[in-house]
Design a protein around this ligand. Structure first.
Ligand SMILES: [Zn+2]
Ligand SMILES: [Zn+2]
Length: 451
């Protein structure tokens, strides 16, 4: 258990994955009255097919291409890719010359032109990024979310990710030796992968789920960006994991962390034989979840069939827990991190597959904002990860329940519930209760913000 004294005081927690800190201000910050902007809760009413949706089967996309009558997942290259394989060469002299002229005009005689050239090469750096962006629809059903799906349907998404990852692995990547075990049920590719892909460094899989996180289309889908550069967040994590492995006789940071959390249990949301979902010690977002395999897995191609299904069940459980706890289709951003497409053997062996879930909401109608302290100081969070884990743990594994049912079941005597983080994960003040009563009270508390 976390010492009670720690939760009674504002404190910082260290994030070993990024080497950064997060400030837990929960004991004091949650006593503030909440006023001001509240987010509109998204309506759950969507048709199974939307004739205006550019991702539904047989509909035309913006570039005029017609989608096939697909029945499972559907992969296509993004019509408005952020990066392209045919990007032009970058003229590295442009910034240097511009900087020299400006400084010479402004500070005549103070800095010599040669020195300015040196400054520019260090201070005005840029590099070209090439790559390819894909869209992966998860289902032909427009109204679905992942939490509505069967484990086998989520497994099909993982198989599609695995197929794309295997296709873009560098030929000499040691991880590639595992690719013989991948499923043959993945998506088909066009001719685009025949171009030279050896310079591609990383494949980022992510999902912006919900209008509040900027998703422009509510059809269930995610994105896959493949780039010649290593995204900065991944670079930081890989550097930290490599250092830990070097400093701890080859042990892995996330494997050790998974063992520690299984022993402590207080931040574990759910687990099966192969995977565990936790609210990490260093979580920034109120209901942030980290999904970890229990054994060292470098990338998707290391998963065997049973583990892929366990991974699917874990993803399904996390999304259903969100929906159940809040009585709505809960928005989140998710991202999968794994071994790079191209890199050294040391980098591959230091990599550890994991998935981040970062929901932006504290309550259904209250968004967590990054203000001046968070943006220019360090992140803060309002409730403890132990409290968030307890609520997600008790939110149920069934299909999302109806919020109105929860409201009707709420005893009147529990009015006036107040958001309070505490060591045993109870938000509401006063009395003892079963876990189910706590969930009902939470739902009651959630409804206070809805109406
Ligand atoms: Zn659609
Ligand atoms: Zn990560």
């Amino acid at each position: 258990m976390v010492p009670v004294r720690l939760n009674d005081v504002a404190h910082r927690r260290f994030d070993p994955l990024k080497g950064s800190w997060v400030l837990l201000a929960s004991p004091h910050k949650n006593k503030r009255p909440r006023q001001g902007h509240k987010e509109a809760v998204e309506s759950g009413d969507k048709p199974a097919y939307d004739p205006k949706c550019y991702l539904c089967p047989c509909n035309h996309r913006a570039n005029g291409v017609r989608n096939p009558q697909y029945t499972g997942t559907f992969l296509f290259e993004n019509d408005y890719s952020t990066v392209r394989m045919d990007e032009g060469e970058y003229d590295t002299d442009t910034c240097k010359k511009g900087a020299s002229s400006w400084l010479q005009l402004t500070l005549p005689g103070l800095i010599m032109a040669d020195s300015l050239q040196d400054c520019a090469s260090g201070l005005l750096r840029a590099e070209v990024v090439i790559g390819r962006c894909y869209v992966l629809t998860y289902s032909p059903n427009h109204h679905y979310t992942i939490s509505d799906m069967a484990p086998e349907e989520v497994l099909a998404i993982i198989e599609a990710w695995t197929t794309v990852y295997a296709r873009y692995l560098s030929p000499d990547n040691p991880v590639r030796r595992s690719t013989t075990s991948i499923s043959s049920h993945g998506p088909s590719f066009g001719d685009e992968t025949t171009s030279n892909t050896t310079n591609l460094r990383y494949m980022q899989i992510f999902d912006n789920n919900g209008e509040i996180v900027g998703c422009s289309n509510t059809h269930p889908h995610g994105q896959i960006w493949i780039t010649s550069s290593m995204p900065d967040e991944v670079r930081l994590e890989l550097a930290q994991m490599s250092k830990y492995r070097k400093d701890h006789c080859g042990r892995h940071l996330l494997e050790d962390y998974a063992r520690l959390e299984l022993d402590r249990k207080e931040r574990v949301v759910w687990q099966n034989d192969g995977f565990m979902a936790i609210c990490p010690w260093w979580a920034v977002w109120p209901f942030e979840v980290l999904l970890l395999p229990k054994r060292h897995i470098r990338g998707l191609v290391d998963l065997n069939k049973a583990e892929s299904l366990q991974f699917a069940e874990a993803i399904l459980h996390v999304t259903r827990s969100y929906d159940n706890l809040f009585g709505m289709t809960f928005p989140y951003i998710s991202a999968l991190h794994q071994a790079p497409l191209n890199g050294t053997e040391a980098e591959m062996n230091s990599s550890y597959l994991h998935m981040h879930f970062s929901p932006p909401l504290l309550l259904p109608s209250v968004k967590k904002f990054f203000g001046g302290y968070e943006l220019h100081g360090e992140p803060t969070r309002e409730i403890t990860p132990e409290a968030a884990a307890a609520f997600l743990r008790h939110s149920g594994t069934q299909l999302p329940v109806c919020a109105d049912n929860l409201k009707a079941a709420q005893p009147q005597s529990q009015k006036g519930a107040v958001l309070v983080g505490s060591p045993d994960g109870v938000f509401c003040r006063g009395g003892t209760s079963t876990w189910w009563e706590r969930v009902l009270r939470t739902s009651r508390w959630v409804k206070l913000w809805l109406f």
